[in-house]
Design a protein around this ligand. Structure first.
Ligand code: NAP
Ligand code: 2RA
Length: 372
């Protein structure tokens, strides 16, 4: 699958002919013989003990990304602890400005302030950095990339590529194929975001709060601004315009990734007491009419998207089924007759995988395959 993205990109850029693209896209082994250099990378995961860092390690184990060495970096709190990679023990090191001396590729997910402090050093030391935090996403010089949506942007990188926010990634995975077909005027999205989107500690706090509530003990809130167990809440700082930072990320990142500021985006982001996988109710107004059947057909052909849409048999995407999976799941596709060219969709994906770690690793895989 990843080879397919790389081939498609090369074909679009004219770096391989369309005919070659078709041959290679169909024959995975050919691609590797023809284009893949025999090289492997000294990789570092910054934030290796966190929810995203842990998923990163897990996905790197699952996939065949060529790793020469793996460095696990975290704060002084975890330094000296041991994690395993492919059954080999690795001692966690404290992140310092010297951490990147013997590293080629950095996957960073230790929060925006850590990225702001350390990523410039990694770039100076000629590492390629793929950053999961919000630190540099909106910088003009930093590509903000979802491989299935805008891999071409990654080719302009100057040592740093940003991963979009998880809620933006899954929404655009579902909308880009429709945008390409009929254009989109406006998006109204409401999210139902799992607590693992906040942090590993937030997952533990929801377990503790739920247990305390069921046992009739007092509930404590260290991670969340409100009780999260048995509640639906707002969990992000608010800006002066009344929108949360998470809501504004969905607006700004959509415009940057699609390179289209004309799309109206209105977001309401909500935290729900779910452990893994974010769900989104997405209402769009397209430029040209798209029936629900046409949307199902287009999305069923989209890479990285699975359509599950037979409500009468109770078949639709659910967070518990999307957790641990790579695809973005779309269902409940309905025409919205309250507006011209309206469509409703329900979009669910694992926020730690496609929303974070998997997306970052896919970017690295494609760059490796095309030797950029
Ligand atoms: P997390 O579970 O809280 O993990 C944070 C990680 O950062 C831990 O490994 C922690 O190490 C490390 N860290 C904290 N301060 C550090 C410092 N000063 N120096 C070095 N390492 C430090 O958070 P997360 O959920 O993995 O999220 C990490 C980042 O990814 C955030 O910026 C988040 O916005 C972004 N992101 C998350 C998701 C998601 O679904 N969770 C999705 C997209 C993007 P210690 O264990 O030593 O404290
Ligand atoms: C959340 N989008 O779910 C974020 C992940 N950093 O809070």
């Amino acid at each position: 699958m990843t080879n397919f993205y790389a081939c498609e990109y090369l074909s679009k850029c004219g770096r391989i002919s369309h005919q070659k693209f078709s041959q290679i896209g169909l024959a995975k082994s050919n691609f590797q013989e023809v284009y893949k250099m025999d090289r492997s990378y000294r990789v570092a995961i910054v934030g290796a003990t966190g929810a995203v860092g842990t998923t990163m390690r897990q996905i790197l184990e699952e996939r065949a990304f060529p790793i020469a060495s793996l460095k696990l970096l975290a704060s002084h709190r975890s330094a000296g602890e041991i994690l395993t990679f492919k059954d080999q023990p690795i001692v966690i090191e404290e992140l310092t400005h010297d951490s990147f001396d013997d590293v080629d590729l950095v996957f960073s997910s230790a929060g925006a302030s850590v990225s702001r402090e350390f990523i410039p050093t990694a770039i100076e030391k000629e590492c390629l950095v793929i950053d999961n935090t919000s630190a540099f996403r909106m910088d003009a010089d930093t590509p903000l990339v979802i491989p299935e949506v805008n891999m071409q942007a990654a080719m302009r990188h100057q040592g740093l590529i940003a991963n979009p926010n998880c809620s933006t990634i899954q929404m655009l995975m579902a909308l880009k194929p429709l945008y390409d077909e009929v254009g989109i005027k406006r998006i109204v999205v409401s999210t139902y975001q799992s607590v693992s989107g906040k942090s590993g500690s937030a997952v533990i706090e929801l377990v503790d709060q739920t247990t305390a509530a069921l046992e009739g003990r007092p509930i404590t809130c260290d991670q969340f601004p409100h009780q999260m167990a048995f509640n639906v809440a707002f969990d992000w700082p608010f800006a002066d315009n009344g929108y949360s930072e998470e809501e504004m990320k969905m607006v700004k990142e959509t415009h940057k990734i699609l390179e289209d500021d004309t799309i109206g985006v209105s977001a309401t982001t909500v935290r729900v007491p779910v452990f893994f996988a974010h769900s989104e109710s997405v209402n769009i107004q397209t430029d040209r009419k798209l029936t629900a059947d046409e949307a199902r057909r287009i999305l069923s052909q989209a890479r990285g998207v699975t359509v599950i849409d037979d409500p009468k048999s109770r078949s639709y995407p659910l967070a518990i089924n999307a957790a641990g999976q790579d695809d973005v799941y779309v269902g409940r596709i309905r025409e919205d007759d309250s507006i011209d060219n309206g469509l409703n969709l329900w979009v669910v994906a694992d926020n730690l995988r496609k929303g974070a770690a998997l997306n970052a690793i896919q970017i690295a895989e494609i760059l490796d395959q095309i030797n950029v």
